[in-house]
Design a protein around this ligand. Structure first.
Ligand code: GUN
Ligand code: ZN
Length: 504
């Protein structure tokens, strides 16, 4: 083989096949030059948000090319992204994977989803967040103490997120190390991206007992998970698909001692790309809701203070801050202006989970005010608080709740904002925007083939929906129809780093 010496111009081989430099399939090696490098071309209706805009700028960065092409190099990176008609001549001999009239979208990024709630999406127990946790979720998550059950949950979790086209995710983990091992192993086998960490609880009600560890074990097990799984696949955070996060469940599940210990641990590993993840300002039912409970039990001015090192009474500093550009706070529905400003200043992102917020009566995150603060807002299913695995469906609900906000707060989200939040904002929240999140040349090729033929309501909306005479508005209407109607059966292929994801 002379593959090591060929240039891109010489490529003639396609996925799974090797051809000769003259394009013929050789019957003998004599006289032929073998090419080892593989270049792929995918042809379809390309839609993505290009560049690195803010959410407010995303409409101006929307790219939609009805007859588009993606060329992917053997390193899994996008070599060319654009109109098929503009395909550089050097790729003329490469076999084409023609998906038309299907769409090619960036992979979805779910920035908040609970692995140990894989089988809890139907949890009915009465009450709002805190009652639901006690009655349904703590008992449900405790079942992962059984390694066989945990393995089944990991398999199902990977299957469901693959079906939903979730190529990258911040996954709220199980308390049990064997369950986290199963999750990382199955995720790696499928070829998906993950950031996850065991859910840490050092205090809680009786129903949470099996999930609670001692202060010492909380620290030891979290450190062990980082040592075992952080960038375990490649040994380099810059190329890894597997990453670890420090994940205290929420402030009510830990003590000032836990926050201090974990803060020191996080401070020592944050430079190596370790993440932080928790819940913030989710449910504010007066008196007994989560937000008041946190403020009362810590005697702090704001909920965010507990994650910002200021967890002592009067919001005095007691330890290190967890905030930063690899920190994601789920929900953040009821933030003060000061909390939003602090998140924006530190590069902390919000995982917006409107499906879950409706299910648990948590209210509506004020969209305009939140994005105006400059904080990056990505999307999360929060499954099983939410009852869908599909990030486009989360954005469909986001559209509905934000157009229904009171008075001047109401907003009709632009479809590009919806796509941005579902993809590029997620990559930004994971601090990997330079690697994925859109279909720009140079990025790692994480993309979905979305075929309306797989899901009747989407086919109906795409084929027969009303479209404006204005091409730009018609483009936006098509994207809107896609995001509002698509469900899992429309996602016919899922690709990460230029490799087809195969669910276990
Ligand atoms: N706050 C603390 N734990 C949880 C959880 O499991 N789900 C949600 N939605 N909020 C939480
Ligand atoms: Zn959650």
């Amino acid at each position: 083989m002379t593959g090591a010496s060929v240039t891109v111009r010489d490529h003639r081989c396609s996925v799974g096949r090797i051809r000769c430099s003259d394009g013929r399939r050789p019957s003998t090696t004599a006289g032929h030059r073998w090419l080892a490098l593989r270049v792929q071309i995918h042809r379809g209706h390309l839609i993505h948000v290009t560049g690195s805009p803010t959410v407010q700028e995303s409409a101006a960065h929307l790219v939609a090319i009805e007859d588009g092409a993606l060329v992917i190099g053997d390193d899994g990176r996008i070599l060319f992204s654009g109109a098929y008609a503009d395909l550089p001549a050097e790729y003329a001999g490469v076999e084409i994977d023609d998906h038309r009239p299907a769409f090619l979208l960036p992979g979805f990024v779910d920035t908040h989803i609970h692995f140990p709630q894989t089988f809890a999406g139907d949890a009915y127990g009465g009450g709002q967040l805190l009652e639901w946790l006690n009655a349904c979720i703590f008992p449900s998550e405790s079942r992962l103490a059984d390694p066989e059950f945990a393995e089944r949950a990991a398999l199902e979790f990977v299957r469901r997120r693959t079906a939903a086209g979730t190529t990258a995710a911040m996954v709220f983990g199980s308390a049990f190390p064997h369950a986290q091992d199963a999750l990382f192993e199955q995720t790696q086998r499928a070829g998906l991206r993950i950031v996850s960490g065991r859910g840490i609880q050092t205090v809680g009600p009786d129903s949470a007992k099996p999930l609670i560890s001692s202060e010492a074990d909380a620290l030891r097990l979290t450190k062990a998970e980082i040592d075992k799984w952080h960038a375990a696949d490649t040994g380099d955070v810059a190329t890894a698909l597997l990453h670890v996060a420090v994940v205290p469940r929420f402030s009510l599940s830990v003590t000032t001692g836990t926050l201090k210990n974990l803060g020191e641990l996080y401070d020592s590993v944050r430079g190596n790309g370790v993440y932080f993840h928790s819940h913030l300002n989710e449910n504010n039912r007066p008196g007994t809701g989560e937000v008041d409970s946190v403020k009362q039990s810590y005697q702090v001015e704001t909920y965010l203070d507990t994650y910002d090192g200021k967890f002592l009474p009067g919001s005095q500093v007691g330890g290190k801050s967890f905030l930063g550009r690899r920190s994601i706070m789920a929900h953040s529905v009821h933030c003060t202006d000061g909390e939003l400003a602090r998140m924006a200043e530190t590069g902390t992102s919000i995982a917006h989970c409107p499906v879950s917020q409706q299910f648990l009566g948590s209210g509506t995150m004020p969209w305009r005010r939140t994005i105006a603060s400059g904080v990056n807002v990505a999307a999360g299913t929060d499954f099983g608080g939410g009852d869908t695995w599909l990030i486009s469906e989360v954005m469909s609900d986001a559209f509905k709740v934000h157009i229904s906000e009171p008075g001047d707060a109401a907003i009709s989200m632009h479809p590009a904002e919806m796509l941005f939040t579902a993809t590029l904002a997620g990559a930004r929240a994971l601090d990997m925007e330079d690697r994925f999140g859109n279909l720009d040349a140079g990025k790692e090729a994480d993309f979905l083939v979305v075929d309306p033929a797989g899901w009747g309501p989407t086919a109906a909306a795409i084929d027969h929906g009303i479209r404006s005479d204005d091409p730009e508005m018609a483009r936006d209407q098509t994207l809107f129809a896609l995001l509002m109607t698509m469900r899992e059966p429309a996602i016919s292929q899922v690709w990460v780093q230029g490799r087809r994801v195969v669910a276990p």
